[in-house]
Design a protein around this ligand. Structure first.
Ligand SMILES: Cc1ncc(COP(=O)(O)O)c(C=O)c1O
Length: 396
């Protein structure tokens, strides 16, 4: 190996704000087969569908359009209209996972010191990218049925954010689903103050009680918007196919940013996604997924009752992939990680889901979809023991 001299002085100013993704580090540590992982937002491996590539035309190997495959854009627009979002295929941009939507939005809006609004807690990879570009992240607390509207109004009156980023359906990490009333109220406030909405909905289809509410963007009358979804949680995350649908004023800018990022989303993944989106086979698969994950949610709830009832409070999630626990005696849950991993258990500490981690101790995000049922009980038992020990140590 040549001896490279570290020349970080030459890096861009924004790189000094680049935080490593704790979740990637935990997932790397959780690669050992014996580790019982509650950490990632991973689909259950047994539920990844068998895919057939035999009919894929050779021409798919050629460069494609930056907007995405025309037939896929049509299919995605039709699906969105079924949800109640009136849009045309010309507003759809196929992206490399919905993560890329967040990257493009950050590039479109954020300079150093730009104010953006987020839920507290929020998706940690969104925080990572918004902070990389220098955003000043202002939070609105979440209640059981959506954001605290009084605080949202107060903040809107005090600031002029570039956008607000929301995950209204089975939020990551809290599993909160906004009520109809809060969806309407949020839309009305954003119209009133003229604030752009970025609505991120990877978990919409994973509903366990059949509930489905139309997206907030479809309730807006005047504010600009970006709606983003993905096949990652309902088909295969490895395809790296997501999409954004934007109000017409924003679309051309997002398209240019997409071109400068990677020319276009990989066509092989897009071709496979098109074999599913909008057809009966996908509906059937999603219905099986819901059934399967509901079973895993129920088993997790029961195991949590056994091992965590005296340690934490939580709401049973009605969809998505996570339980969000609040310890009765808060402590910095990042300090539990080493002991948990030493006991072959991985979980996600709650602090990184807040822009000011040190003000929000005592939360844990536990994924219930990935762990095999046979190891669930043992995994939660060990995690509870780690929490108990830390609380004894703290009290001593
Ligand atoms: C809220 C949220 N947004 C975006 C993503 C990224 O998804 P994708 O795989 O489509 O990039 C995730 C993945 O966990 C997520 O939870």
């Amino acid at each position: 190996m040549p001896g490279y001299r570290v020349t970080s002085m030459a890096f861009s100013e924004r790189v000094s704000r680049l935080k490593s993704s704790l979740i990637r580090e935990i997932l790397a540590a959780a690669q050992r087969p014996q580790v019982m992982s509650f950490a990632g937002g991973l689909p259950a491996e047994v539920m990844l569908p068998k895919v057939d590539w035999t009919d894929m035309p050779l021409s798919i190997g050629q460069y494609g359009m930056s907007e995405g495959e025309p037939a896929l854009r049509e299919a995605l627009a039709a699906e969105a209209r079924r949800l109640g979002l009136q849009c045309e295929a010309s507003q759809v941009l196929v992206v490399s996972g919905s993560q890329q939507t967040l990257d493009l939005a950050a590039k479109l809006y954020i300079d150093k010191g730009t104010e953006v609004f987020l839920e507290a807690p929020t998706y940690l990879a969104a925080l990572q990218i918004f902070q990389l570009f220098g955003a000043d992240c202002i939070t609105v607390p979440l209640e059981a049925d959506g954001p605290d509207l009084v605080q949202l109004r107060t903040r809107l009156a005090q600031h002029r954010p570039a956008f607000i980023y929301l995950i209204p359906t089975f939020q990551n990490p809290s599993a909160v689903r906004y009520s109809e009333a809060k969806r309407d109220a949020v839309a009305a406030l954003l119209d009133e103050f003229g604030v752009t909405l970025i609505e991120d909905e990877p978990y919409r289809e994973l509903t366990f009680d059949g509930g489905s509410a139309t997206p907030i963007v479809s309730r807006l009358k005047t504010a600009s918007w970006i709606y983003t979804g993905t096949v990652s949680k309902t088909l295969m995350p490895g395809l790296r196919v997501g999409y954004l649908i934007a109000s017409p004023d924003l679309f051309p800018h997002l398209l240019k940013l997409k071109q400068s990022a990677d020319l276009h989303t990989n066509r092989v993944g897009q071709w496979q996604a098109l074999q599913w989106i909008g057809n009966e086979r996908y509906r059937q698969h999603r219905s099986e997924l819901r059934e399967f994950y509901r079973g895993r949610r129920d088993a997790f709830q029961a195991a949590l009752q056994t091992h965590f009832a005296d340690l934490a409070d939580w709401n049973e999630p009605q969809g998505g992939l996570f339980f969000w626990l609040r310890l009765k005696q808060p402590l910095d849950t990042r300090t539990l990680l080493n002991d948990a991993l030493a006991n072959d258990v991985a979980f996600m500490p709650g602090e990184p889901f807040f822009p000011e981690p040190d003000k929000h101790h005592g939360y844990l995000r536990l994924n219930f979809s990935h762990i095999e049922p046979a190891r669930l009980d043992e995994g939660l038992k060990r995690l509870a023991a780690v929490v108990r020990q830390a609380q004894i140590d703290k009290a001593a």
